[in-house]
Unconditional design. Structure first.
Length: 199
């Protein structure tokens, strides 16, 4: 049994390095997201530092994987990482991006009658962009109380008190792009053609 545990712990370092390379993330970026020093992260990957739950929990969260996947993933050689939905605060979140830092993408589903039925406005650092896929999304943003239909989008600074939930008896599905450091989602558009020198 001890041999199995030792073998599992020894495999954590290479797995952490492989995950970081897959996400194209630097040790410095990962350190910012997890609060773990660059030197500790480096020693974990090289096997010079024994992994502990205190170190593995923030790493699993940053990579969007379970502790089992970090410690006991089967050695199949399959490079794919399977996204796992997480249910929090009455909504289901499916991470669509896996790179720590920068803009994160999620698909969210809020069922009707969820605990989010009653508005509870929150604030935090960052910037968010929402796009409704199905159902109707109620968004309270500061003094504004809006209902977004499929195909509609909203973007806002998350330091402004905000809340969102499902409207009516149907679930709402929407996409969210979130930048922890306040990054905005930029869309590029072609300039309008000019005729006779006028825009």
């Amino acid at each position: 049994m001890d041999d199995d545990l030792d073998q599992a712990l020894e495999s954590v370092g290479p797995r952490l390095r492989a995950l970081r390379k897959q996400r194209e993330t630097t040790l410095a970026e990962l350190s910012t997201v997890t609060g773990i020093s660059v030197s500790t992260l480096s020693r974990l990957e090289s096997g010079d530092r024994k992994p502990t739950l205190e170190l593995l929990f923030p790493l699993a969260k940053a990579y969007g994987v379970t502790l089992d996947e970090l410690v006991d993933a089967p050695p199949t050689g399959d490079p794919r990482v399977h996204l796992r939905p997480v249910t929090r605060f009455g909504m289901t979140m499916l991470p669509l991006s896996r790179r720590p830092g920068g803009i994160q993408a999620y698909k969210l589903i809020i069922p009707p009658g969820s605990p989010r039925r009653e508005p509870d406005l929150k604030t935090h650092e960052g910037y968010e962009w929402l796009y409704v896929l199905d159902g109707r999304l109620r968004v309270i943003l500061g003094e504004h109380d809006l209902v977004l239909a499929p195909g509609e989008a909203a973007e806002f600074d998350t330091r402004v008190p905000h809340w969102f939930g499902a409207v009516g008896d149907e679930p709402v599905e929407f996409l969210s792009l979130f930048g922890q450091q306040g990054e905005r989602a930029h869309l590029r558009a072609r300039p309008r053609s000019t005729e006779g020198g006028k825009p």
